[in-house]
Design a binder for this molecule. Sequence first.
Ligand code: MTE
Length: 319
Amino acid sequence: MLIRRWRNWEIPEREATPESVFAGRRNLLKAGAAALVAEALWPRDLFAASDPTAALYPAKRDNAYKLDRPITPESVNTHYNNFYEFGMGKDAGDAASVLPIRPWSIQFDGLVEKPQTIAIDDLIRRMPLEERLYRHRCVESWAMAIPWTGFALKALVDYAKPLAGAKYVRMQTFKDSKIAPGQRQFWYPWPYTEGLTMAEATNELAFMVTGAYGKPLAKCFGAPLRLATPWKYGFKSIKSIVRISFVAERPKTFWEALSPSEYGFWANVNPKVPHPRWSQATEELLGMGGKRVPTLLYNGYAEQVAGLYTGLTGENLFM
Ligand code: MTE
């Protein structure tokens, strides 16, 4: 990283917040309730004014994906977001309400049979929508459990028809500093970019998200299209995607470009591999009065994904 600026999501809240406040975070639920009241008084523009695919929600739940913890209340989740395009605080999701999400299109390019651009609603209508309950683990050591709606990334890969030389999928967020004030901060490598290997992208767990809590995706969650890779730290789950490229070289990702010694390409969850500045052994379940639980290898999804990494010696798989 060229300029050492501690972005607040890099600092665990126990370091930034007095212990009494951090340990309990008792106030989060109260804050959630207060937020609901505020919402009633000053409604935020969480959704598209007009969403042609709204009737597709709620989608049928796929019961293969089970949780070991309660679903995080929606009111907690919509008030605790990381969305650096709109600011560095957890309330950046509020600022994201200015993001226009229709019309919106997704560009496919790179090593594909035919580069193309498709309107988001046409894409959503072509994909097999379902609801999945997923754990969501941030590198900052907080966690949520979310009913996402969307479709397997594999379906999108099949739709894009990549060529044999494609080894990685690179995804990019929009770039428009007139709308997103965070993008005026020149020291960040905008646009936000993430990547997966083809094997990861076609693993059954890799999910493209278009909705949550039985509704179209709220802007604070990265509408109209975001990624969910629940076995990885949350920063891999890129929001508000506009471009998907199939490439031969491993893409340089947003946080890796900023601080390669702390945030890598793989970012798989592992309680035994601490972040250079804090432990990853436990995580706080947001909305549960400060409750902490042990972190699980691959965030509890080892059975589905551990095999992706056999033989990858010499790689920093867990950062
Ligand atoms: N995608 C974009 N475009 N911009 C971001 O700032 N933050 C990442 C990820 N995707 C981010 C992003 C981080 S650090 C996390 S933990 C998750 O989004 C947060 O998702 P949530 O706000 O839905 O919990």
